[in-house]
Ligand binder design. Structure first.
Ligand code: SF4
Ligand code: MG
Length: 318
């Protein structure tokens, strides 16, 4: 399998006044293979959106690098940069906030075409818009309407059409279903899966809980307080999570079978996420970890491969 995106020791720090610095992403490393969906999961504020935005080039990293198809995203020349932008697109959490209310759907979807000099000429562009609308389950009747005339799920379909307009190879979806009704979430996930197959897309799918990425991810990375704490194949992660934080996240997902649900032990993660401005010494999860040892306060656990393809940062495995 070919690596399409390589994230190497990526660190992104923000200055938050008075010389204080906040490490939103701390030495994060993972690869995304062509054609797969990599799920990135963690509670809000854990750095997953910052990681996504840095990968796509919206932020300059404080350390480390990102390669797209072998090319450094942040050191690209302006010509290379425009090619990268065309190949890396983004779908946002709140489709309403990300759609200009004064533009109609055709204008919204074709904006990127004009910026990238694709499908020149009005007739050709309109043909492309209709093709995209149909691709996401809408039709040409929708082209002249405005964002407020659509439901949340339809707006997210428009956001997807806009992202796919320029034929990207890689799409970052930042919590694309979190704001939608539960009944609509599965439809959008299924649409994204179908489009992935038809258009040979590679996804980074960001979500705040493991239930949301289950049906779309091939591999999953779990983040906590700016750190990647576990990463492996999707199935493995659900079957035998290694990191205490992943275990706690998984036990918080309700299971559909009521008998199984009763017999299960729910593990509640105690306490709040510490401030990223002043993270705990040693392991970032130690203030909430039910099995923390003395060493956990003294030494930051190494990121290590516990089983082939299964990585975690936890002293239980060193
Ligand atoms: Fe818990 Fe220690 Fe592992 Fe951190 S390193 S998750 S505190 S056991
Ligand atoms: Mg976010």
């Amino acid at each position: 399998k070919k690596k399409l995106v390589e994230v190497k020791n990526l660190t992104k720090a923000f200055t938050v006044g008075k010389g204080l610095s906040l490490k939103a992403a701390d030495n994060v490393s993972f690869d995304i293979y062509e054609g797969e969906t990599f799920g990135l999961v963690g509670e809000s504020g854990c750095g997953k959106s910052t990681t996504g935005r840095t990968i796509i080039g919206l932020y300059q990293p404080s350390g480390g690098e990102v390669l797209f198809d072998g090319q450094n995203v942040h050191k690209a020349s302006s010509h290379e940069r425009s090619k990268l932008t065309k190949n890396m697109q983004m779908i946002f959490q709140d489709p309403y906030a990300s759609l200009n209310p004064r533009m109609n759907i055709a204008e919204i979807i074709s904006e990127g075409l004009q910026l990238n000099g694709l499908y020149k000429g009005k007739a050709e562009r309109m043909k492309r818009v209709v093709e995209l609308l149909e691709m996401v389950g809408l039709n040409k009747e929708h082209a002249n309407r405005f964002p407020h005339e659509f439901s949340g799920g339809q707006r997210q379909r428009i956001g997807i059409a806009r992202a796919l307009a320029v034929n990207p190879r890689f799409v970052i979806a930042d919590e694309p279903i979190s704001a939608l009704d539960v009944s609509v979430q599965a439809q959008v996930v299924n649409l994204m899966k179908n489009l992935q197959r038809e258009q040979n897309l590679t996804y980074l799918f960001i979500a705040h809980d493991l239930a949301m990425v289950k049906h779309i991810s091939d591999r999953i990375g779990v983040m906590y307080l700016g750190n990647l704490v576990e990463m492996t194949d999707s199935e493995k992660l659900y079957e035998s999570p290694k990191h205490p934080y992943t275990q706690a996240l998984l036990s918080a997902i309700p299971v559909p079978d009521p008998d199984l649900e009763k017999s299960r032990e729910r593990q509640i993660i105690e306490g709040d996420v510490p401030s990223p401005i002043n993270p705990p010494s040693g392991c970032v999860f130690r203030t909430r970890c039910p099995v923390a040892k003395e060493v956990c306060a003294q030494k930051k656990p190494d990121w290590q491969e516990i089983e082939p393809g299964h990585f975690a940062a936890c002293h239980l495995y060193s």
